[in-house]
Design a protein around this ligand. Structure first.
Ligand SMILES: Cc1cc2nc3c(=O)[nH]c(=O)nc-3n(C[C@H](O)[C@H](O)[C@H](O)COP(=O)(O)O)c2cc1C
Length: 196
């Protein structure tokens, strides 16, 4: 798919057809998502891909799936082909920025005016969603409400933080988010030329 079309046509989808997606396709999405830039090439991002039905159900529970079901949206977080769960370790960034080539003139680690680990895992997430769309699939995004439970279910090492659950599958017509009524910020407000 052409890049502009891919970006413009991607939508958050919250209902998926029953049925599995080939491992090869899921792996292609994961491989593409690995290839995003990271600060100092720290590569603190990881992906956990969950396909097992019972494990998907457990993961979905930590995102309050019942709340969505009560809104008539169905169990879209578990009824998908796979859940992609982007995780990031802030510690990996600190370790990387304590290496000699990253220390400041004062011999100290940067004081991180912007926490780059959140930026990098956001890019990983975006590539998962775009790669899913490019593969003829669709993706949603559910914010976890019980992070300790999600970490325990996935067996994550303590330093990794799961930022969300991205259900991926073959799309069905769904209930659109009420947030979309907000419309887009005008382009002129979003993009400024030369200065604000
Ligand atoms: C960081 C992030 C968190 C989100 N959390 C949720 C969520 O918890 N539940 C949900 O239904 N959608 C969630 N969304 C999806 C947004 O509502 C959606 O991206 C937005 O309404 C724009 O719609 P679009 O993706 O179709 O363009 C989230 C999206 C992002 C980027």
């Amino acid at each position: 798919m052409e890049f502009a079309e891919l970006v413009m046509k991607r939508r958050t989808v919250r209902r998926f057809r029953d049925g599995r997606v080939e491992r090869e396709i899921l792996e292609k999405i994961a491989r593409l998502a690995q290839h995003v830039p990271s600060a100092g090439f720290s590569q603190g991002q990881r992906l956990v891909v969950v396909t097992d039905r019972e494990q998907r159900r457990r993961v979905a529970e930590t995102c309050g799936e019942r709340f969505y079901a009560d809104l008539g949206m169905g169990s879209w977080i578990s009824d998908c082909a796979a859940q992609f769960i982007p995780c990031v370790s802030e510690e990996i960034y600190h370790r990387r920025y304590q290496e000699p080539d990253k220390l400041g003139a004062d011999g100290q680690e940067a004081d991180w005016p912007t926490p780059y680990w959140w930026i990098d895992i956001g890019k990983t997430s975006m590539v998962v969603m775009l790669a899913a769309h490019d593969a003829g699939l669709a993706a949603g995004f559910a914010g976890p409400q019980d992070i300790p439970a999600l970490k325990a279910i996935l067996g994550l090492p303590d330093e990794f933080h799961p930022i969300g659950v991205i259900p991926v599958g073959r799309p069905l017509p769904d209930v659109r988010s009420a947030s979309l009524r907000r419309g887009w910020v005008p382009f002129e407000e979003f993009a400024r030329w030369e200065r604000w």
